[in-house]
Design a protein around this ligand. Structure first.
Ligand code: UTP
Length: 291
């Protein structure tokens, strides 16, 4: 087995119902955060973390993603003719960003099923999973931090964030003990989906970044559909944790749920405030609002 993580799977076959009506026709992953589709942030994070091959799991009506990462001949030719060299570089930059393969999930049968659709392209090697609606502001990138843990310890690595208080109930929560050497690392023994606050096994909420060994594919194949007839990635990882080491890792940085309307609003404000070309103007605007 090749032990270097070279490939990242982006499950993007879901229906995006939390963002209706915007996602009736436009894939959720193509919604713009400031001026970039949210999936592009994830692709850039993967490339900056050393990933060489991106696998996007798409579904019906999701073709805009393929067009986005492809050459746009008419647009590029027009920008060139008009002498818009900076915009041409932006457009060309997107289409040359990464080596990308696409695989269709014929029905949205759950996140675990979406990951399983990438099995043949990933093959027998460890791989990353990036949920494109989780946009993460971190330096070094979140996936890079996780790969450092993986390269040191092996096993599988789940990104987590610490949530104090009842808000933890909205997440899958990690069960396990904190590592004695590195307080950001947890030895994962299990996880509980959306527990009541008083039953939460820890304060570590699992978010949309994973480094997994290929054994998870076989385990997902054996996983029976759970709630809503969906095959859950969580069930595959729970089975994995019974056989191999699985670590939680509290990443350094900030995560936004851009697949949710409120999360997208928060991300928009914070990412806009980081953009040098209009940060000052935007800050003044926000200060001027009578809140
Ligand atoms: P979500 O639950 O956030 O996505 O899944 P969703 O189902 O599209 O959105 P809502 O809840 O209805 O608003 C996390 C990621 O997993 C993908 C989604 O596209 C999203 O990126 N996913 C989910 C699949 O690829 N296939 C599925 O069957 C389910």
């Amino acid at each position: 087995m090749n032990n270097r993580v070279r490939k990242a799977v982006f499950p993007a076959g879901g229906l995006g119902t939390r963002f209706l009506p915007a996602t009736k026709v436009i894939p959720k992953e193509m919604l713009a955060l400031v001026d970039k589709p949210i999936i592009q942030y994830g692709v850039e994070e993967a490339i900056a973390s050393g990933i060489e091959h991106i696998i996007i799991v798409t579904g019906r009506g999701k073709g805009a993603m393929e067009d986005h990462f492809d050459h746009s001949f008419e647009l590029d030719a027009t920008l060139e003719r008009r002498g818009k060299t900076e915009l041409l570089a932006v457009s060309r930059g997107v289409s040359t960003l990464a080596r990308i393969s696409y695989v269709r999930q014929k029905e949205p049968l759950g996140l675990g099923h979406a990951v399983l659709c990438a099995k043949d392209i990933v093959g027998n090697e460890p791989f990353a999973v990036i949920l494109p609606d989780d946009v993460i502001d971190a330096d070094p990138p979140c996936l890079k931090q996780m790969l450092d843990v993986f390269n040191e310890r092996g096993g599988s690595v789940l990104a987590t964030m610490t949530i104090e208080g009842p808000g933890i109930s909205a997440y899958g929560v990690l069960a396990g003990s904190q590592d004695s050497e590195n307080p950001r690392v947890y030895n994962c023994t299990g996880m509980v989906e959306k527990p009541k606050f008083e039953n939460a096994p820890s304060k570590q909420a699992i978010i949309g970044r994973y480094v997994l060994t290929p054994r998870v594919f076989e385990l997902l194949e054996q996983t029976k559909p759970g709630a809503g007839g969906e095959i859950q990635l969580t069930d595959g990882i729970l089975a994995l944790a019974k056989e191999q080491k699985v670590f939680g890792y509290t990443f350094e940085g900030k995560r936004f749920d851009a697949g949710d309307k409120f999360g997208m609003l928060q991300a928009t404000v914070e990412f806009a405030l980081k953009r040098p070309e209009f940060a000052d103007k935007f800050r003044e605007y926000l200060k001027g609002l009578a809140l």
